[in-house]
Design a protein around this ligand. Sequence first.
Ligand code: OGA
Ligand code: NI
Length: 412
Amino acid sequence: MSLVAAPMTIVDLATSAQLQQQQQAMEVEEDAKAEQQELGAGEQELSYSILMKGVRHLSDSGITRLPDRYVLPAPDRPGAGLATTTSTSRVKLPVVDLARLRDPSQRAAVLQTLDAACRGYGFFQVVNHGVDGAVIAGMLDVALRFFELPLPERARYMSPDVRAAVRYGTSFNQAKDAVLCWRDFLKLVCHPLRDVVAAWPREPAELRDVASGYAAASHGLFMELMEAALQALGIAADGGVLGELAAGSSHMMTVNCYPACPQPELTLGMPAHSDYGLFTFVLQDHVEGLQVMHGGRWLTVDPIPGSFVVNVGDHLEIYSNGAYKSVLHRVRVNSTRPRISVASFHSLPAERVVGPAPELVDEAAGKPRRYMDTDFATFLAYLASADGKDKTFLQSRMLLHGAAAAASSIRT
Ligand code: OGA
Ligand code: NI
């Protein structure tokens, strides 16, 4: 059309875009105002949409009372039953010293410590592992800074897809939890590392570099500990399952944020659960919170700075035909100190069927197979089934139920 009309059109477009922007800004402001009113409304229960923004958002908003959706029934609260126990319920977990494990003259002694820890607590701490202190400090720092980003920047990674390479969310099993947990999380799939990093958050700017360096270090330690565990179990390490793991493993990292909580005695950061996988490595900051079930009691793990807390997962209990224990654990929160942890879950590829190692089953010698075979599809089917309410996944795979654990929750 004419040259005169063209600038008008441009102006019109610009105006409507500006109007639209203004309109959107006003709507966001209205939402924020309504939310502020809701958050400050004392006894009134908060809407689902606010709760799904996570606990960091709630904590930052300065609420002084725990919203009802986070209040556990009395028997499930962290202090339930404690009046009847006498000790202070703290535990120094067995220590596996990797420098000694790497020394041929001391390896046998360390294998014994590792073996006893996996049969007993199902948990141990790894020290002298050789992972650079800067890698560990960098990981905790970038984790902390991710949760300090404005909510919209974090929220772009929310996804209902449990297989997504990156997933930000809140609680434990967000879609299903009747009572929500006081935790926000960022889940990063770490395999194959080269391919997935581009899907990870772009903020903070160092996250991809730091977290991929950390993931590679964690995987290296996992392989070393698996080799040691197989040796301790008397399973030939060459080829076999170790070879399979070297060719391809599943590796997921969960960065957990447990903000200060107004009424920590009424809720949990994570409910009692066992981990799916072979070994889990937990890196925690200096704030305690992780508790381990042992001898019918909850014991609080003393954080050793710079160490990893390692635990046996369901796959290793199954693979070891019950010799090594995948033990229930949970996370308590507190009213003053926010806590950050990074959990790395290592296992065989998802499609690999896991069953007891043939070397450990001998019906004639009184060593019957104690678990059914399982794979990730079985796990997902279990999650979708009603069974999840009162049995653990592990229990659902048991052929002999002598060692049945207490009820627990399950998540994706
Ligand atoms: C987990 C877990 C413990 C913690 O992520 O499975 O148990 O201290 N984490 O955050
Ligand atoms: Ni766990």
